[in-house]
Design a protein around this ligand. Structure first.
Ligand code: ADP
Ligand code: MG
Length: 471
């Protein structure tokens, strides 16, 4: 067995500082601040985690980040391994623990010789850069991402033919990287001979700088232009501030590839119009392509995502807990997933079943959560205001159409916002309605929301307004 030692405190602190500067403060506080690193003789760095659920999550969310930080601080390549105490009785799918051999991302232009990497090396580079989780099959499609998903799929099935370039934009944690990698996976499987240049905006800049430094610029240029597909994630890195030279190089590469009808896919945190430094040069090309936006997921989609993710983990989360998380975590999909992992982890380590109480605990870590003290009367007030009826109407048996609709919506929203209440309890607070009547109303609204996007928007606006009463 290898001897192990904790990474010296000084190095650990520096690594943590790097990590802190690359993620949002909240993320750092929740996931990274307390990391420990144990170094083995063979140069592996082990990072202990509380249980097996965290392993997959960290691999997916933080592995490249941690590797880069460690490499920058120590100047050495370390294999990073997340470890969790052995679990009794495997409840989980194999891929959660399967440890694909991670290797360090190398620049495509090797730093000392300036030679282009050999094909085998390139294959492994791509393997590593892609997460096995970021595939189309694991991408939940809903109103907030339908267009981007359809465009991504079209491009992956017919690179260079469908939309070129494809530009996907949206805030953090909404699925940009997931979609870009899904495209790469699909192309690799379907067009085995295709070569793909897959980098982040930051990596592109680094590749460029390294190439210039090593007098390997022509090679770099040649290689970029010989690819069949170019995918650049987080292009906004290139679209702002200094970096004029790399930006210029990007334009040339872009134009060369585009003229050769090679597929180009870009992602960014903002739409092209908010990045004039890029937009002005690329605008005529965008006319030939597609700009698709990822929005924050609405309630129904948040539920679908939580369901799918808990299925991946082979864990059943009760419906009221799913609604509870879905109605409280409305920032982005990463937070949603983080909340779920935190809940599962907490349930495992305390040997309890996932419940609203446990979820409340786990949400505190993720979103500085304080439970919404939403009252049924708040819901009634907002809905009554919308429909110009009174709160008493909502509790009455009045059957005028507008009152009925208002009442059904209020019941539907009560179900979402008060997951701790049973249908009976909700019925009671609405003038003593039967459980079955409540259920019928909720279903009616749910079905309409599924079909009618305007209606869905209205429901979301109402939800937001009800929440606002409680902050
Ligand atoms: P971004 O690059 O926009 O910041 P990511 O692509 O890294 O966001 O997504 C954040 C997390 O949310 C990832 O774990 C990803 O798998 C998950 N995710 C995002 N969109 C979806 C979706 N539509 N279905 C399932 N998981 C998603
Ligand atoms: Mg991303």
């Amino acid at each position: 067995m290898n001897n192990t030692q904790n990474l010296s405190e000084e190095i650990r602190i520096k690594v943590l500082e790097k990590l802190q500067s690359s993620v949002e403060p909240r993320q750092y506080e929740t996931w990274l601040k307390k990391l420990e690193f144990v170094e083995s003789d063979s140069g592996e760095l082990k990072i202990p985690l509380p249980n097996i659920f965290y392993v997959e999550w960290y691999k997916k969310s933080f592995l490249p980040l941690i590797e880069t930080a460690v490499c920058q601080v120590t100047g050495k390549e370390h294999k990073i391994i997340f470890v969790a105490p052995p679990e009794q009785g495997r409840l989980f799918p194999d891929n959660i623990v399967a440890d694909k051999k991670p290797s360090f991302k190398q620049s495509i232009v090797t730093s000392n010789s300036g030679q282009r990497s050999q094909p085998e090396e390139r294959a492994s580079l791509l393997d590593f850069a892609l997460s096995e989780n970021f595939i189309f099959e694991k991408f939940v499609v809903g109103t907030s991402n339908r267009l981007a998903h359809a465009a991504a799929l079209a491009v992956a099935e017919n690179p260079g033919q469908a939309y070129n370039p494809l530009f996907i934009h949206g805030g953090v944690g909404l699925g940009k990287t997931h979609l870009l990698q899904a495209i790469a996976h699909r192309i690799i499987n379907k067009f085995v001979n295709y070569s793909i240049y897959y980098r982040s905006g930051e990596e592109f800049v680094n590749d460029y700088i390294t190439a210039v430094k090593n007098n390997a610029f022509e090679l770099f240029r040649k290689q970029c232009r010989s690819e069949d597909v170019m995918i650049i994630d987080d292009i906004h890195f290139l679209g702002r501030g200094e970096k004029a030279a790399s930006r210029e190089e990007f334009f040339h590469t872009f134009n060369a590839l585009h003229n050769a009808r090679k597929q180009i896919i870009l992602s960014s945190d903002s739409p092209p119009k908010d990045m004039p430094l890029l937009q002005d040069r690329l605008v005529s090309r965008f006319n030939w392509g597609m700009v698709a936006r990822l929005d924050t997921p609405d309630y129904e989609m948040r539920v679908a995502i939580l369901r799918q993710k808990s299925e991946n983990y082979k864990i059943t989360i009760p419906d009221n807990v799913v609604s509870f998380i879905a109605s409280n975590v409305d920032t982005n999909i990463r937070d949603l997933e983080g909340s779920l992992i935190r809940l599962i982890g907490l349930a495992r380590s305390s040997n309890q079943n996932p419940s609203v109480a446990l979820a409340t605990e786990s949400l505190k870590d993720i979103i500085n959560f304080t439970p919404h003290q939403i009252k049924i009367s708040d819901i009634m007030d907002v809905i009554a205001g919308y429909f110009n009826v009174s709160s008493l109407d909502l509790q009455s048996k009045v059957r005028i159409k507008s009152v009925s609709l208002a009442r059904q919506i209020a019941l539907y929203l009560a179900r979402q916002l008060k997951p701790e209440m049973s249908l009976e309890e909700i019925g009671l607070s609405f003038g003593g309605r039967e459980h079955s009547t409540v259920l019928h109303s909720i279903e009616k609204i749910r079905k309409r929301a599924q079909k009618d996007s305007k209606f869905r928007d209205t429901l979301n606006t109402m939800l937001t307004e009800i929440r606002r009463k409680n902050v």
